[in-house]
Ligand binder design. Structure first.
Ligand code: COA
Length: 170
């Protein structure tokens, strides 16, 4: 009897930090794959607030108990990481029409570089469509309320990081 190939998807991003919007995509996408790998991009050209270890740890904490979700860092081309993991599908979220052009360009370029790789899109839940990692950092930095915008497990960590930054600037 022929054994069925494991369906592996990759959900890439910077996750600096993870938001409820990202987590919603992870939960929904994990239902489509035998294994969903959340790929955290090490990108030296985009200055991250959280270290790679912190970002990976945040996602691990928030996906604890989700047996088919793994979190890994990657650098270099996404299509290479996808191939290296034995995956053939990239997962992305679309929040608004404004995301579309950038996402279309990436999906097409990735397809051009790797014919076997497809990108699938989830429409972001309406409650999360206004979220981005930058706005979370901005709100937290100014002492605003980020509860309900990011997973509860990482709220304290985000405030603690912001406090450290404020202190360092004094
Ligand atoms: N909910 C909430 N926010 C979301 C979201 C969602 N569902 N989806 C995206 N975002 C936000 C992120 O928080 C982030 O916000 P910020 O700009 O305020 O930080 C922004 O949208 C985009 O971030 P992200 O999803 O992390 O994408 P990115 O643009 O940082 O990275 C990669 C996208 C990792 C897929 C892309 O850069 C990549 O593939 N890099 C590897 C190199 C490569 O292969 N390049 C060629 C590609 S063609």
């Amino acid at each position: 009897m022929k054994t069925q190939k494991k369906r592996i998807g990759v959900y890439p991003g910077s996750f600096d930090p993870l938001t409820n919007g990202h987590l919603d995509i992870i939960i929904r996408a994990s239902k489509l794959f035998d294994l969903l790998i959340v790929g955290v991009l090490k990108n030296d050209s985009k200055k991250a607030l959280f270290t790679m270890d912190e970002r990976v740890e945040h996602i691990r904490k928030c996906t604890k108990g989700m047996e088919n979700v793994k979190v890994e860092m990657f650098e270099g081309l996404l299509v290479d990481f996808v191939k290296q993991k034995g995956a053939d599908t990239i997962v992305r979220g679309l929040r608004a029409v404004s995301d579309y052009e950038y996402e279309l360009q990436m999906a097409m370029l990735n397809k051009h570089m790797s014919q076997e790789t497809d990108t699938i899109f989830f429409m972001t839940d309406i409650h999360n469509s206004f979220l981005s990692s930058s706005v979370i950092k901005d709100i937290a930095q100014h002492g605003g309320n980020i509860h309900g915008l990011v997973p509860e497990e990482i709220v304290d960590d985000i405030y603690a990081k912001m406090k450290g930054i404020k202190t360092a600037k004094l």
